[in-house]
Design a protein around this ligand. Structure first.
Ligand SMILES: Cc1cc2nc3c(=O)[nH]c(=O)nc-3n(C[C@H](O)[C@H](O)[C@H](O)COP(=O)(O)O)c2cc1C
Ligand code: SF4
Length: 433
């Protein structure tokens, strides 16, 4: 069996709204186990697992938690990032709707280890069912004494609060998210200081993705060392993949790192419908690279992806078959980023508008060679100089297609030139300019 269900082990076996089902299936035992250990022992267990964040950047979880644990300033906060605004990702919603207590349990383990007293869960506003499920789970956990004061009779108090996003993609970026919880517009901050030093309301804050928190009970149950044996050297454990696009079976699949992308598409997704061929695959979501079919034997692994200037990201795999025009995909991506840029810094604010306009020219068969050069320079500048990850990754689809699908750009330029009327129109524009 290629799927390895650890984080999603209970899904489909318990009623997600029932805390009794969760407890009867061994739920909150990992927390109990953690509370029997010292805080340092819990941190060491997580360090042994070599778990990396599942929200996109893949930062080592223990490093962040240890930095937070060292801070003496109080109060300390835990923030669960459930914004999931990246197109093509839906695995966080899957976790919230199908196993909400697992997320709470993970947050409680993190809180105990880092001495945090309050947790915020920032949920994408459009996810009404997730909001309902998480609210209900918190209320049930409080009634059972798994949240609140003296949890399991220990000197450990922790409360939860839910905040709902208002539809802004950038609010998934950690600093923008913190600003949003504080009631301010969702704009990033200059770092350092990092959230573990000065996060929410200026206090030490640990912010992680839902899947990251949901993995902590698994690690406590099976031990960090056993967890680290799964997956690959640089990427231990399992990853939830949101598989979508032109595949027969779209859905969320939990797989060990190290599995080839092609296996996920064929074994879980059932391949492309009606015998069509895969033309390209976008990895991670709108902010991720677009790769050609011949690269699908690449394994899901942080290091391997980086070799190809790719990112595992939050784990989206979007399959696009041979009916689709690459410039349709790029146009949608460019429109998305142009709309979502918060406008705080020039490379992203202005860059995304220019990028969209140039892609539009390719889309309308009006592009010239100088547009391609301009696109290349613009994408590089945006990537290198934008203030936050949104502007830095907005040109990724363009950068990757300029590399892997260069011939498509050149063909489009040639066709643009030959298209009747466009050349005359172009000449007119030049003479007017
Ligand atoms: C524009 C943008 C949007 C992001 N959206 C999300 C998101 O929806 N969920 C998420 O977990 N991380 C998101 N991130 C990454 C967070 O900034 C942060 O790295 C993450 O929450 C850390 O958690 P992890 O270490 O568990 O991955 C986003 C980053 C950027 C730049
Ligand atoms: S990169 Fe874009 S989203 Fe980020 S701060 Fe600059 S303008 Fe705002």
């Amino acid at each position: 069996m290629l799927e390895k269900r650890l984080v999603t082990e209970r899904i489909g076996k318990i009623r997600p709204e029932s805390i009794t089902d969760y407890v009867d299936s061994g739920g909150y035992e990992a927390l109990k186990k953690a509370l029997k250990k010292t805080r340092i022992e819990v941190l060491e267990e997580i360090e042994d697992s070599r778990l990396r964040g599942r929200g996109g950047a893949g930062f080592p979880v223990a490093v962040k938690m240890m930095a937070m644990a060292k801070e003496s300033q109080t109060p300390k906060y835990i923030v669960c990032n459930a914004d999931e605004g990246e197109p093509g990702n839906f695995k966080d919603r899957y976790l919230m709707e199908n196993d909400p207590h697992h997320i709470l349990e993970g947050m409680l383990i993190a809180a105990y280890a880092t001495m945090a007293g309050k947790g915020y869960i920032y949920i994408r506003g459009e996810y009404s069912k997730s909001l309902k499920m998480m609210r209900q789970a918190i209320s049930e956990a409080e009634k059972k004494g798994f949240a609140g004061k003296s949890i399991f009779g220990k000197d450990f108090d922790f409360t939860f609060e839910i905040r709902s996003g208002a539809g802004s993609y950038v609010c998934g970026e950690e600093f923008s998210l913190l600003e949003s919880i504080e009631g301010k517009p969702g704009h990033t901050r200059v770092k350092p200081p990092f959230p573990t030093e000065q996060g929410l309301f200026g206090y030490p804050t640990l912010i992680n993705n839902i899947e990251t928190f949901s993995t902590l009970p698994v690690i406590m149950e099976m031990s960090g060392k056993a967890y680290a044996k799964l997956g690959t050297k640089s990427s231990t454990g399992t990853k939830l993949i949101s598989l979508s696009g032109n595949v027969k079976n779209k859905g969320v699949y939990e797989v060990p790192y190290g599995l080839p992308i092609r296996t996920v598409i064929e074994a879980f997704g059932g391949g492309v419908p009606e015998g069509r061929k895969i033309k390209m695959v976008q990895l991670g979501g709108a902010c991720g690279p677009i790769i050609p079919e011949y690269m699908l034997d690449m394994i899901i692994d942080f290091e391997r992806f980086e070799e190809f200037e790719s990112k595992v990201g939050a784990g989206a795999i979007i399959v696009i078959d041979d009916r689709f025009d690459i410039f349709d995909i790029l146009k949608h991506t460019a429109e998305f980023f142009s709309h979502e840029s918060c406008g705080k810094c020039t490379p992203c604010r202005e860059g995304n508008t220019h990028l969209k306009n140039i892609i539009d020219k390719f889309h309308r068969y009006e592009a010239r060679e100088e547009d391609m050069n301009l696109l290349e320079n613009l994408a590089r500048v945006m990537h290198q100089t934008s203030l936050c990850g949104l502007g830095q990754t907005a040109p990724t689809a363009v950068i990757s297609t300029l590399h892997y699908f260069r011939s498509a750009y050149l063909e489009r330029i040639e066709k643009s030139f030959l298209e009747e009327g466009h050349d005359a129109k172009y000449q007119n524009q030049q003479s007017r300019a």
